[in-house]
Design a protein around this ligand. Structure first.
Ligand SMILES: C[S@@+](CC[C@H](N)C(=O)[O-])C[C@H]1O[C@@H](n2cnc3c(N)ncnc32)[C@H](O)[C@@H]1O
Length: 316
């Protein structure tokens, strides 16, 4: 056993271990191993500002080794230095973003001309990604509840050169009250317990309590209903989290299906990304069979972040 591995076993509280052991289709040893490994550095080339080849060549000349991410347009895994200190980063020619974190917007697949809502947007990695896909046509409305985080969102959209964005500071749980059926697409990258990114922040494991997913699940259920109500008929919603708990993932999407008859789960196409089917049975609960079409991504599936992604259409 590596010294790192024993470290995680020491730090993981009994409560968290017991909790993780109950999650179906989860290999605890592999999960602990993944928590010891740093998440690979990902970047997205900003094609709003420059050509992809130009930026890739510049970074390679500086000694970075870049590997294309198969599931993310313009996405690369980079090795060989601190990208945060490069002029390319400062000028907004690249956006630093974890490789799996790029997958929800790929699932949403925004197209030029569309009206897209990013309900929990700060600090803006996915809003800038949406804007990139809109190619300057249409609009991305980037909302967040936190004033402090909206400042970072605003500066990131500016640095990235996004002109067709509107920033709002509002509680996403109430957004449908003024934006009902306005959007072609909605992304809800929900606040969550972050069990998929513990290797970035061990504090998440240290401060764990089973009350956290329970509390967050209630908020996420309200966010998903509100976001869904903001969709035009025929629109698409993507719900994502960077956590592994069923309460914050399948249970939330199941809640939407139970409360909105026009919500239909769509299959996901994310080439090269390893994921497993969504859970349909958990602790005596039975969810809709369709939940199997959602994606549960363990950190050890791709040796990167753990995520959950569901794609939902609103029937016309
Ligand atoms: C996972 S982070 C979003 C990350 C962002 N999508 C990105 O890719 O950069 C969740 C965000 O939800 C925001 N949030 C929490 N509660 C909210 C609410 N009720 N309405 C809107 N945003 C909320 C938090 O301030 C936080 O910025």
């Amino acid at each position: 056993m590596s010294p790192g591995k024993s470290l995680s076993k020491l730090i993981l509280s009994d409560d968290l271990r017991e909790y993780l052991e109950k999650i179906p289709d989860l290999d605890l040893n592999l999960l602990l191993e993944s928590y010891e490994r740093p998440i690979p550095e990902g970047l997205r080339v900003n094609t709003l500002k420059s050509s992809e080849d130009f930026v890739v060549e510049r970074l390679e000349e500086k000694g970075f080794k870049l590997r294309k991410i198969p599931w993310a347009k313009h996405g690369y895994i980079a090795e060989g230095g601190d990208l945060g200190k490069t002029i390319e980063h400062m000028l907004g020619l690249i956006y630093l973003q974890g490789p799996v974190s790029m997958a929800p917007v790929e699932a949403l697949d925004p197209k030029p001309g569309e009206t897209v809502l990013d309900l929990c947007a700060a600090p803006g990695s996915k809003s800038t990604q949406i804007a990139q896909r809109l190619k300057g046509e249409g609009v991305v409305v980037a909302n967040d509840i936190s004033y402090e985080r909206v400042k970072a969102l605003s500066s990131n959209l500016q640095r990235f050169g996004v002109l067709n964005s509107i920033i709002t500071l509002a509680d996403g749980r109430r957004y449908h009250r003024f934006a009902r059926e306005l959007f072609d697409k909605v992304l809800i990258d929900a606040p969550c317990s972050s069990l998929g990114i513990i290797s970035k922040n061990w504090g998440i494991a240290r401060n764990w309590s089973a009350k956290i997913p329970e509390r967050l699940s209630k908020m996420q259920q309200r966010l998903i209903l509100s976001g869904f109500d903001c969709l035009k008929p025929g629109g698409i919603l993507v719900y994502s989290t960077c956590t592994l708990t069923v309460e914050e993932n399948e249970l939330v999407v199941n809640y939407l299906l139970e409360n909105r008859e026009d919500a239909v789960i769509e299959p996901l196409e994310l080439p090269g990304l390893k994921f497993r089917r969504g859970v349909v049975e958990y602790m005596g609960l039975r969810f809709r069979d369709d939940l199997e079409k959602t994606a549960r991504i363990m950190p050890y599936d791709n040796w990167a972040e753990g995520f959950y992604i569901a794609k939902i259409a609103k029937r016309r």
